[in-house]
Design a protein around this ligand. Structure first.
Ligand SMILES: Nc1ncnc2c1ncn2[C@@H]1O[C@H](COP(=O)(O)OP(=O)(O)OP(=O)(O)O)[C@@H](O)[C@H]1O
Length: 291
């Protein structure tokens, strides 16, 4: 199972949202990151056949994106905003969506729905009306519906938004389990989601590919460039613009700061092991692509 994106371009009128993007993704969870307007939603909607590419090709598990009915059978999509059937119960909504996704046979639908509701921890709410679910529960129902036809490629947009910390951890575990033998494309602004679930990631920036590869390689590239230091407040207010700041936390009378710099930024500053967030910010500050 492989997702192959080959010179994909999408323009809306005169606006180029994706610019000649090529990369390949194998089985497992793959992170998709990028600042606002990077082109992530456009890419996800293209893969879900909700948009037509301007040019370029995509193959999902050997099937061309142009073969829409086949692609829809193997792709599941959980958009950031999704409409449900508020008046239906969880069971009714799932059954209806399973029918729409082409899952034939009442017994098979029941088997899948029971299994998925268990997975997303909504069994107790199965008779609750969708409109009475909390935001987090709706999100879990959203992912359950995106999984109902057991897609080979599951695309999820900001799935942990609005979830509490425990739910977020449970949700990541659920995605990891589902990703066995499949591809899960996880679009997020939460770098921690990527850090804890993905081995590889793709970063888009203004429609172009900025990074594609292993997370470990990205953090390795930032090694030696992340520094921590303790400064007094006066030093800090004088120097706060000198280096890109990763964090600055008041500590006693001073500040504990974390900055990016190719050389020691302040006397006594110590090198730190880059986190993925540090590495991401380091990469985004560079002009050239990091692919
Ligand atoms: N229907 C549209 N018509 C015109 N321009 C659009 C349309 N949809 C998106 N764009 C533009 O295309 C670019 C990419 O948008 P897209 O929504 O794909 O980015 P994104 O990475 O998902 O951003 P965010 O993180 O804010 O959701 C943006 O500049 C956006 O303004």
């Amino acid at each position: 199972m492989e997702l192959i994106i080959d010179h994909l371009t999408k323009t809306y009128g005169g606006k180029q949202a994706l610019n000649n993007v090529s990369f390949r993704v194998g089985e497992g969870i793959h992170g998709l990151l990028g600042p606002n307007g990077a082109g992530k939603t456009t890419l996800m909607r293209l893969l879900a056949t909700l948009l037509e590419p301007t040019s370029g090709q995509v193959e999902i598990g050997g099937i061309s994106l142009t073969d829409k009915s086949q692609i829809r059978r193997i792709v599941g999509y959980l958009p950031q905003e999704f409409a449900f059937y508020p008046g239906m119960s969880v069971l009714e909504a799932m059954d209806y969506l399973a029918l729409l996704s082409g899952v034939k046979g009442r017994a098979e639908r029941k088997r899948r729905i029971d299994h998925l509701l268990e997975l997303v921890n909504l069994t107790e709410q199965r008779r609750t009306k969708v409109k009475a679910l909390s935001g987090g529960m709706k999100r879990r129902l959203g992912v359950a519906q995106a999984m109902i036809h057991e897609p080979k490629l599951l695309i999820v947009d900001e799935p942990t938004a609005g979830l509490d910390p425990e739910e977020r951890i449970r949700f990541r575990r659920l995605l990891s389990k589902f990703a066995e033998g499949r591809i899960v494309l996880l679009s997020t602004h939460v770098v921690e989601d990527v850090e804890s679930t993905c081995e590889q990631m793709t970063v888009l920036h203004k429609g172009s590919l900025r990074y594609h590869g292993r997370i470990g390689d990205l953090t390795a590239a930032a090694a030696g460039r992340v520094w921590t230091a303790e400064l007094d407040r006066a030093e800090w207010s004088r120097d706060s613009e000198r280096f890109p700041v990763l964090s600055a936390v008041p500590e006693g009378a001073g500040m504990r700061v974390r900055v990016l710099s190719d050389e020691q930024p302040y006397p006594g500053a110590q090198q730190a092991v880059p986190s993925i967030e540090d590495a991401y910010l380091y990469m985004m500050r560079r002009e050239e692509a990091f692919v």
